[in-house]
Design a protein around this ligand. Sequence first.
Ligand SMILES: *Cc1c(COP(=O)(O)O)cnc(C)c1O
Length: 360
Amino acid sequence: MFNFSAGPAVLPKEVLQKAQSEFLNYEQSGMSVMEMSHRSKLYDAIIKDCEQHLRDLMNIPDNYHVLFLQGGASLQFSMIPLNLAQGKKALYVNTGAWAKKAIQAAKQVPGVEVEVIASSEDQNFTYVPEVSIDQVDQNAAYVHITTNETIGGVTYDKLPDCGKVPIVADMSSNILANNFKVEDFGVIYAGAQKNLGPSGVTLVIIRDDLLNKEPIFAPMLDFALQAKNRSLYNTPPTYAIYIMKLVLEWVKEQGGVPAMIQQDQAKAKLLYDTIDQSKLFSNPVAKKNRSITNIPFVTGDEALDQLFNEQALAQGFQNLKGHRSVGGMRASLYNAFPYEGVEALVTFMKAFEVENGGEK
Ligand SMILES: *Cc1c(COP(=O)(O)O)cnc(C)c1O
């Protein structure tokens, strides 16, 4: 079977096998990683290695902190305005479902003025809106973007010019699958369960000068405190961090981020070409903003979409059903998803089209 889940998503089989082989007895300790103190020497090496792998793979400069937090990307929707935008304006670009949630959460943080400076809602979130520098109040705390809209399948082809205002990015669904440079952002955050590992850990990469100067009322929500304690202020999600470390080692073995992008592009091309050549299937996203990690498509007929999903599932294509808010189909092709899975899918799509042919 092939797992097209948008998240939690497919993990490299080699990673799961390694975890299995170390499950009961990690490095002759007689313990599972799950049973280990987060303050032990053995665990300290795991969390440090995990951070170092990320620094290597993403070329993270020394003036950025790498944090392993909890609460998912969704808690960052609140933590970021809380820590960075007290008494200031926070600017947002609205590109779809996840950007909307980030905007909604920021509006609920006291002492923060939220402004949406650009939106693609006019065309049902099928493109990334232009942001010109004169739309960016240079006194704002940040400009928030969603580098990849997981539900809409929309991605930034280039970053907006925001002048000296830092860009804060929700990179949950295309981290380690894009060419962006960390130094072009103030903050990058990502729930791990798309492209980094299992759920339970959230990665935050934050530039040193953006850490809050004043304590936050809740210690767990305080970036500066978390950074000072190297994510060990309390018990971190130890096992999830361990699996992330294994995933990052796997990415390194594959040839790093450039190799991942190359493979992701090849997978995405095969599926987009099939959609574009088909008379039945379509994808509504502007070509330059098409995601390589999440690819939604429809037949234009809900009953036919349902039939497709039923037959696909019966053939072993799992989690292809589109997000409950939009319907249709969605193939999530994260780094660990194999090329053969896309080959099998397009073969199935072509056969389905012959049987159920029709016009777009
Ligand atoms: C999945 C996802 C989220 C939500 O992540 P949680 O870890 O479940 O809070 C937020 N933003 C994007 C872009 C996502 O893909």
